[in-house]
Design a protein around this ligand. Structure first.
Ligand code: ARG
Length: 564
């Protein structure tokens, strides 16, 4: 019997709410809590008054022994044996699908990474791709079909700057370092040289015009340098296990954005200002007006995005479109979505900017122009060596191959987990040393517990599934119940994380589950326990924890190692 579902049915009947999340109250205060805050907002009443009234109204619920209002919450005490057997059974049956919703038929396009092709990826991109990948997986867990795409901002003045520097100082050399770094070095060089040679700026402008005209020599150079940049980016994200269904190239469609702008001008939706630039008035919507085409007819960043939204819809017929882009571009996306509404783009209501804050290293702010950014490749390498070090302290007798494979899984796991455990909207400090610790609130901590569960199960070998299920009612110890209750709310956590676009909810949940699992592990022996039924029941519990840890880590894009 699904007690949670019983509770939710009655609550939804009494409150009229369709989607809500139950919480787990503090020890001794019940098994589930329904927070009345959103209802209080709707009804303009105090949450504790609502809680008191609701606790009386709900009446009897199957599987629930007591219902009590506690401040702004309605708390439910449930029959723990029922809860436990139902939850563990569901996990053992659903396995990797536990926590996911049935297919909805909805399609979501999820865009992330989206680099400029003039310099290598940095720490901010690592937060971006960790979030983008995880949010895509979370949307899949909601039952949607997700298409992950990337946009290459591969044209414009910044690209021409690297090209100008290469033309003057590159001697036609092929890359002798990772190719995106090679390109990036010329961007840095341009910025250095242009301080004393301001005419280089003018040359870059001229080059952009020549590029737009399609001058062969310039286009050839551009193609060469862009392929270097792209090749390097792909090497980096492949290490992180990320692959895109499609790459969009700004160079291939930016001019189509111009057409859409002219069309809007004809329809009177946009206007020309005294300089001849086309702009859209957004003041009445509380946003600054926006230039869509400069007076010389060249397009801006916004121009390409207007067309890209239309193009993605043409190609994927999406129901929803996500853009994972740093918070510096909040205004850009507010304006973009408003402009699309003005031109009556049919999906204007279904576009979401998933914004995220800055990442700093403990030493201080990362700087761009000067070239001393926190480089993504270097950081990935550092994480892997830190992991290697941790592994070598603990395990002396593993092969070099094993060491390298584990270091990769742990190093990258630590990186992603740390970047994801902070609320996306908050700025954060990425501390490599802290993130790798095996006993902090880290990826390796969860991975280690998963490997420990795997090792217990290896020692046990094959078990009889039917007997195992039949023995579940043997679990009574508070540590066992605590674990089972957490396992029971996992599906709600997935829903909450997906709807709010917050992988941090899953990361925190995994920490909590792992804490509870450690207490269980210390208090309740699994291997040497006299009672055979209890032994089987505990094995089932370990299997379920391992499964949920694996499912949760997968939603964060993190591998769950069998050994560590
Ligand atoms: N390339 C841009 C940048 O690095 C981000 C692009 C985001 N995506 C978009 N559709 N505008 O700032």
């Amino acid at each position: 019997m699904d007690i949670q579902l019983n509770i939710k049915r009655v609550l939804s009947e009494k409150t009229g709410l369709r989607e809500f999340i139950l919480e787990v109250p503090p020890e001794g205060m019940g098994d589930y809590a329904f927070p009345c805050f959103s209802l209080a907002k709707l009804r303009k009443q105090s949450p504790s008054i609502i809680a008191t009234a609701l606790a009386q109204e709900v009446g009897k619920i199957a599987g629930v022994s007591q219902i009590k209002a506690v401040g702004p919450y309605v708390n439910f005490f449930v029959d723990t044996t029922l809860l436990l057997t139902y939850t563990l059974n569901s996990i053992l049956t659903a396995k990797e699908d536990y926590g996911t919703h049935p297919k909805t038929g909805k399609k979501v396009v999820s865009e992330y990474l989206s680099p400029n092709t003039n310099k290598p990826l940095h720490l901010g991109h690592l937060r971006n791709v960790s979030l983008g990948y995880s949010i895509s997986r979370l949307c899949e867990a909601l039952g949607h079909k997700v298409v992950q795409v990337n946009l290459m901002n591969d044209r414009g003045i910044h690209i021409c700057k690297s090209m100008v520097a290469y033309k003057h100082f590159g001697n036609n050399k092929a890359p002798d370092i990772k190719s995106d770094h090679f390109v990036g070095n010329y961007y840095v060089l341009f910025n250095e040289k242009s301080k004393t040679h301001p005419e280089l700026e003018e040359e870059a402008q001229q080059m952009l015009i020549a590029w737009e005209k399609g001058e062969k020599e310039i286009v050839d150079l551009w193609r060469k340098m862009n392929s270097w940049a792209e090749e390097g980016f792909m090497q980096t994200i492949r290490r992180l296990g990320i692959e895109f269904r499609k790459h969009y190239y700004e160079s291939k469609f930016y001019f189509k954005g111009k057409k859409v702008v002219f069309e809007g001008l004809k329809q009177g939706l946009f206007e020309k200002d005294e300089t001849g630039a086309v702009l859209v008035k957004l003041e009445q919507f509380g946003l600054p007006n926006k230039v869509l085409l400069r007076s010389d007819g060249t397009s801006v960043y916004m121009t390409q995005d207007i067309y890209l939204a239309i193009l993605k819809h043409k190609e994927w017929k999406y129901d929803e479109s996500l853009y994972v882009v740093a918070s510096e571009q909040n205004m850009h996306f507010q304006q973009l979505f408003k402009i699309l509404e003005i031109i009556k783009f049919p999906r204007a209501e279904s576009l979401h900017h998933i914004s995220y804050g800055m990442v700093l290293l403990p030493e201080g702010k990362m700087k761009s122009r000067e070239g001393n950014v926190v480089d993504a490749d270097e950081l990935i390498d550092d994480m892997i060596s830190l992991a290697q070090h941790e592994i070598m302290i603990r395990w002396k007798d593993i092969t070099h191959e094993e060491l390298m494979e584990r270091a990769r899984i742990i190093g990258i796991g630590a990186l992603k987990f740390h970047l994801l455990k902070t609320d996306p909207l908050k700025d954060m400090v990425f501390d490599p040393k802290e993130s790798i610790s095996f006993d902090g609130e880290t990826g390796p901590y969860v991975q280690y517990a998963h490997a420990r569960a795997a090792s217990i199960l290896r020692k046990i070998g094959r078990t009889n599934g039917k007997k195992m299920v039949a023995s579940l009612s043997k679990l009574h110890a508070p540590e066992e119940v605590a674990v089972a209750k957490l396992l029971a709310i996992y599906p709600d956590k997935v829903t909450a994380a997906a709807m709010q676009y917050k992988p941090s909810i899953i990361a925190h949940y995994l920490i909590e589950l792992t804490h509870a699992f450690s207490s269980f592990y210390h208090e309740c022996p699994v291997l040497d326990v006299g009672d055979e039924e209890l032994r089987l029941a505990r094995i089932a519990l370990v299997m379920c924890v391992k499964q949920v840890q694996k499912n949760g880590l997968a939603l964060l894009g993190i591998e769950a190692p069998e050994v560590m």
